[in-house]
Design a protein around this ligand. Sequence first.
Ligand code: ADP
Ligand code: MG
Length: 256
Amino acid sequence: MAVLEIKDLHVTIEGKEILKGVNLKTGPGEVHAIMGPNGSGKSTLALTLLGHPKYQVTQGDILLDGESILKLKADQRAKKGLFLGFQYPTEVSGVGFSHFLRTAYNSLSKALQGEDREVFITVREFQKYLKDNLKKVGLKEEFLSRYLNEGFSGGEKKRAEVLQMAVLRPKISILDEPDSGLDIDAVQSVAKAISEVAGKDATIIIITHYARILKFLKKLDFVHVFADGKVIKTGDASLADKLEAEGYEGTLKQYA
Ligand code: ADP
Ligand code: MG
């Protein structure tokens, strides 16, 4: 059964239709990429999946493990194992990164009880668990004592999001442009970190404008081309190379 199924999803923002019938299915353990030009609605799709109240679903459905999540609020969706790494992560002053992670981890573990997770691990145990994961994403320990994203560079914010994914182990992670604002070396290490934390049952959806991050992934099962508010073509990893070689305009013409 599909983990996530998006069926004919139509979404409007302030009366304007942005998503115009998105269809997409992901299975356990799969890595998907959504590629598309700027302004095509990729972030709108990500925020709609998360349950952002600004985005109004006018038609279609979103199923998680076969059940509609449309009526659930963002925090309820998160407790079902949905995680979103934002294109522009916000700085949260006053909330310690380490404290934030432990609270989020315990809350998710409680919600997903019985799925091979420890609930309410102690601060000390949790610090150890965090340190193991920090190495994977290439962040220094000092970040744990800082406020969430405050003063983090672009690359550090992206790594911090991959760290959240590694620590929380969500069922579905949607990463919105994890490569934006990164230099080439950082793109490679973020991609490696994503591959490293991709669990055997977890689904990962990477939204990106450029193919370069995808080349560094250990595994990429499907590439979806997104244009004008919908998926217009799905293929394997070679589709990303084709897009890069021919550009969006050239490729989109063929599917118009
Ligand atoms: P992408 O992530 O593919 O670059 P977005 O989903 O950010 O595209 O944007 C798709 C379209 O929706 C754009 O035309 C954008 O201006 C519009 N849009 C996105 N968010 C809002 C918003 N909060 N209010 C009004 N328009 C928006
Ligand atoms: Mg975007």
